[in-house]
Design a binder for this molecule. Structure first.
Ligand SMILES: Nc1nc2c(ncn2[C@@H]2O[C@H](COP(=O)(O)OP(=O)(O)O)[C@@H](O)[C@H]2O)c(=O)[nH]1
Ligand SMILES: [Mg+2]
Length: 149
């Protein structure tokens, strides 16, 4: 099973996203004997917000198959420096969180992720409904086909 590194600022929704996928995939968990706490590496938001910790994210990325980069749609700023995705030698996907909230600005989140060097498609999500998580579950299933690294 490939692992996933979750990155994003403090409060971006990393732990919530992991919890959503865990809670909704109980059957998947049982039948595949997957331990989601071993699939996701959930780093503190400080590692992205404070540049002198970037090296921790980069070192940790060597243990995973893929990086999931979260952007909070309600934030008027981003913590991703331009082309940040290029420092990782792993595939990186962009996830836009909190799209349910009235002040969410999905278009702005799209432009933040794009300037971080992350390619579309992006994945809009909200813990208030299941819709956005179905595509992420498909990715999890695809990663399940990979050997651990
Ligand atoms: N409305 C709404 N709140 C969210 C969503 N995702 C996370 N939150 C809230 O945002 C806060 C921070 O989320 P958390 O998962 O702890 O962020 P982390 O610091 O990246 O792990 C919590 O109060 C969550 O309930 C979402 O999709 N919609
Ligand atoms: Mg957290």
């Amino acid at each position: 099973m490939g692992k996933i590194l979750l990155i994003g600022g403090i409060g971006a929704g990393k732990t919530s996203l992991k919890q959503m996928l865990m809670n909704e995939e109980v059957r998947y968990l049982k039948t595949q004997m997957l331990d989601f706490s071993q699939i996701f590496i959930d780093c503190p938001g400080e590692y992205l917000e404070i540049p002198r910790f970037y090296h921790v994210l980069i070192d940790t990325s060597h243990q995973v198959s893929e990086i999931w980069a979260l952007q909070d749609a309600t934030k008027q700023r981003t913590f991703y420096p331009p082309k940040f995705a290029m420092v990782f030698n792993k595939p990186i996907i962009g996830i836009i969180t909190k799209v349910d909230l009235p002040k969410a600005n999905v278009q702005q989140a799209v432009s933040y992720l794009a300037s971080a060097g992350i390619a579309e498609p992006f994945y809009p999500t909200s813990i208030m409904n299941q819709a956005g998580f179905s595509l992420l579950r498909l990715r999890l299933e695809a990663l399940n086909e990979l050997p651990s690294c």
